[in-house]
Design a protein around this ligand. Structure first.
Ligand code: OAD
Length: 277
């Protein structure tokens, strides 16, 4: 996706809340200094946090584009498509069955725990938007959370659209408990499908004072475009990632290191300051 596609992803972006000049920054964006981000933290009330596979890496879940991103010789991205589901439903269902079963062998790490603490203690608005389909944020105790790419522990009926909590294997052809069609599939947003709750995410970004991206490569849109959208609406932007991501240049500040260290440090920093309201 190029810059010109931004309006297509967020067609209802609506009026900019403040700092209209930020829209003009897309062409010649100059990141603010680290000192600036820290300096304005006292005026931060509304926070949007985007998380990706990197936040679960220290729990033992392989990232998509790092080592271990291959599954039985398939690129993971090749399994996560509507075309793959149509061509080989047994393969795609088995892929997600294995991942669902593996959740019982992993636990939230210090980064999940720290975000859950921030969620509990931050008095301003806060939304954790995760691209991850694991359940580690909720198991750590986060509740102001949405799964924009779906969730392993849910099944979706391709016919009636109902969703169900699902903990066991999900063979192709499993009947829907609501409409009885043999059409239950993993409730995962495949490549080419529209992520969930985009309007809610966009509304939160429009109100955000601070946007923080944690453990994501910035390779997959629309999530990769959130930093520019948040910035356009006037938010400060901070990246916490193991190494520089595709989108690092768009952030006001990037801190590099493992999420298990960086996130607790950042949360401590935030909670030691009083939000503006
Ligand atoms: P990626 O695998 O693309 O990127 C993971 C990022 O996490 C990389 O930038 C790593 O450097 C970083 N990372 C790895 N270990 C880390 C650690 N311990 N601490 C901090 N950062 C670490 O995963 P995502 O960006 O989440 O979509 O991928 C986005 C989407 O692509 C996924 O949600 C999935 C995938 O295809 C769907 O399934 C629809």
């Amino acid at each position: 996706m190029g810059d010109g596609d931004f309006g297509r992803v967020f067609p209802n972006a609506g009026p900019v809340r403040r700092n209209c000049e930020h829209w003009g920054r897309f062409g010649s964006y100059a990141p603010r200094s680290r000192a600036t981000v820290v300096a304005v933290m006292t005026s931060i009330a509304n926070i949007v946090i985007l998380t990706g596979a990197g936040i679960s890496a220290e729990s033992g879940i392989a990232t998509f584009r790092g080592p271990g991103g291959l599954w039985e010789g398939h690129r993971v991205e090749d399994v996560c498509t509507p075309e793959a589901l149509a061509a080989d439903p047994a393969l795609v269902h088995r892929f997600y069955d294995l991942r669902r079963a593996a959740l019982s062998k992993v636990s939230p790490n210090a980064a999940h725990e720290a975000l859950a603490r921030l969620d509990r203690e931050w008095p301003g608005a806060l939304l954790i938007v995760t691209q991850n389909v694991d359940d580690l944020h909720e198991r750590a105790g986060a509740s102001r959370l949405l799964h924009m790419h779906g969730a392993l522990k849910q099944a979706l009926c391709a016919v009636c659209g109902e969703r169900f909590e699902w903990y066991d294997a999900l063979p192709p052809g499993t009947p829907c408990p609501a409409c009885a069609a043999p059409a239950l599939r993993p409730d995962i947003v495949f490549f080419g499908e529209i992520p969930y709750q985009m309007e809610r995410i966009e509304a939160a970004l429009a109100e955000a004072d601070l946007f923080v991206s944690i453990g994501t490569s910035g390779a997959v849109y629309p999530a990769a475009g959130f930093v520019r959208m948040a910035s356009a609406y006037g938010a400060e932007t901070l990246e916490l990632n193991l190494d520089r991501s595709d989108g690092s240049g768009w952030f006001d500040e990037s801190r590099l290191g493992p999420a298990g260290q960086l996130v607790p440090q950042w949360v401590e920093q935030m909670l030691s300051r009083r939000p503006a309201r």
